[in-house]
Design a protein around this ligand. Sequence first.
Ligand code: PEP
Ligand code: MG
Length: 752
Amino acid sequence: MDESTESESRKLLGRLREALAEEGAGQERLDRITHLTATSMNTEVCSIYLFRDADTLELCATQGLKREAVHKTRMRLGEGLVGRAARTGRPVKSANAPQEPGFRFMPETGEEIYSSFLGVPIQRLGERLGVLVVQSKDARRYSDDEVYALEVVAMVLAEMTELGVFVGDGAALSARHKNPEMFRGTVGQEGTAIGHVFLHEPRVVITNPIADDPVRETERLREAVDTLRLSVDDMLSVAMGVDKDSRQVMETYRMFANSRGWLRRMEEDIARGLSAEAAVEKEQSDARARLRGVPDAYLRERLHDLDDLSNRLLRILTGQGNETGAAMPDDPILVARNIGPGELLEYGRALRGVVLEQGSVGSHAAVVARALAIPLVIQAERITADALNGDRILVDGDQGIVHLRPEDNVLKAFRDKLAMQTDAQERYASLRNQPAQAKCGTTIRLTMNAGLMADLPSMEGSGAEGVGLFRTELQFLIRSHIPRRGELAALYSRVLDAAKGREVIFRTLDIGSDKVLPYMKPQDEPNPALGWRAIRVGLDMPGMMRMQLQALIRAAAGRPLSVMFPFVAQFDEFRAARDFMLRELEREDKLGHVLPSSWKIGSMLETPSLAFAPRQFFEMADFISIGGNDLKQFFFAADRENERVRRRYDTLNVSFLGIIAHIIDRCAEVGTPLSFCGEDAGRPVEAMCFAAMGLRTLSMRPASIGPVKSLLRRVDLNEVKAVIDDGFASGAQSVRPAVTEWLTREGWALAR
Ligand code: PEP
Ligand code: MG
């Protein structure tokens, strides 16, 4: 780039700033910009297309095309060359546009006489806002410098759009962050919440995208980069003492922070007239656009690192730290691109709900949200670009839907739904001390699932009779290092204290698959759910399992202890794990530690193979718990984390109930206690069917105990069993229709 190009560009931006400073409505300002750009770039046409909705671009201003076409000409995302620039987030140029594949002829604009075309996306931090186009009659080939210059103008346009400079009539010029928006995401954790947005990472606002003293701006940028490098070095020295993986991440950060290419590109942007902040953001926007098209997970991660680094740099430059002074509202709903489990725990129960742009059902954050019973919607695309701190927001975790700045009627419907749920909760609370006794006299034991110390207080409120599943991996997932034995023993001891003599079944580490410990090298496996996980890791590398068993034994000290092994697929695995436990008991005894007063060693049954294990397995296990989440995924060969197939197969499908009945029979034959601890145990209709089929213990989220108990107390399980048997005999795929019809007849249509 030579100096004359630089000064041309600076001149254009200077004029742009003057034009933007002049009074006028949004439309006038856009008109001025098209005029200015066409003149400066020496093209016959300059047009601005903006999105009027997520899929439609609208011609909003033009110099050179017919004025009648403004606000009339529209195209879909991806349609024509303009749509292509918007979709790909990359410039599109051609010396002979009408010959280009996908070219869309728009006679109303009079454009057939224009041969050359250059369109650059107007985007802010990866969010598509529109396209800026120049065209000319001659078959001109736009140089890289010209593309670059137009991109810089587009960048300023994007910043100004964000600041609301172009607000005018019509959808395409409507003010941003004002209209109601609905986001369709994925259910992460059921429940509903009304509240106000609290952004995990408040957006940085740039009020000065254009600067006329490049020397000063370059200095500011270099100073900020120096500060950034120092802070990365600091982080690295902290990471040195920690583990190899965090160190590697920090090394990558340092590499980026010292990258000459990164700094050079930003300095070039400044030389063209951008402020230091705008230059950083332009780099960041470009990186995000690249990110969209990268299929390789490793590369995507690296681009994420770069994105994070740009964020840090922007915060240094603008002085807007993570603390922007925005007070947390009384009813905060956290909105974030993604969040780690530790960070989520820090917010804790103060949050009414959480909405993430990324994340997955099995992510650690989802696990924590579930443990804290906070409604969570994941994969709500674009929400961080649209939501502002303090916006009203409704989270429907049952449907995976989020309403941002909702209309009054939506808010009212939502309030009604919440009121109904609160009424129901009050009714359930009154049952807290009542047994889950069905009309036929059978009593079902209802216990809760837990994984964090924070879960234990729910035991009293929910009326749970114990902890049927304590997922010990959560403690490992939220730490950046392996917890020490003493730490774990103290924690497990506090869990037992909180349970006040009620049974707690500790499940040993269920890691692997989606549950990757931050300090363990991730395994590159083609099918992680079928891979090296849980008991398989425990048996192959027994160090961690033995340490955990020792911690459990020491925690119990004189109290009863129940331990359960996850993901057992065959008898020998259980036998080997049980032997470890017995050996640890012996060893602890020899070391002089007080042993538990009694112990039970049980097994999860979550692989179909174990249902057909030898009789001796059922005899040897002190108890068995059906892990329905995994059992169902393997039984139907349907990934529990894949939304496309997750709900495809009904839990009340006769084949699945068939294997449940088989397991119940096998345990009954030898008198081994059996429970069900997958999510389905917390769904009243499913729970009722399991009870009718013979399950006597169900373990679920604390919030589900009330609804399940309420239904169980109203039904005669013999009648339910007869309905299920009829359903089986009818040849139907699932007994649900028969059961639902019966519930309706009995007047319990609303039982959920
Ligand atoms: C299950 O698989 O049903 C279960 C309870 O274990 P998790 O959900 O932790 O895999
Ligand atoms: Mg499981």
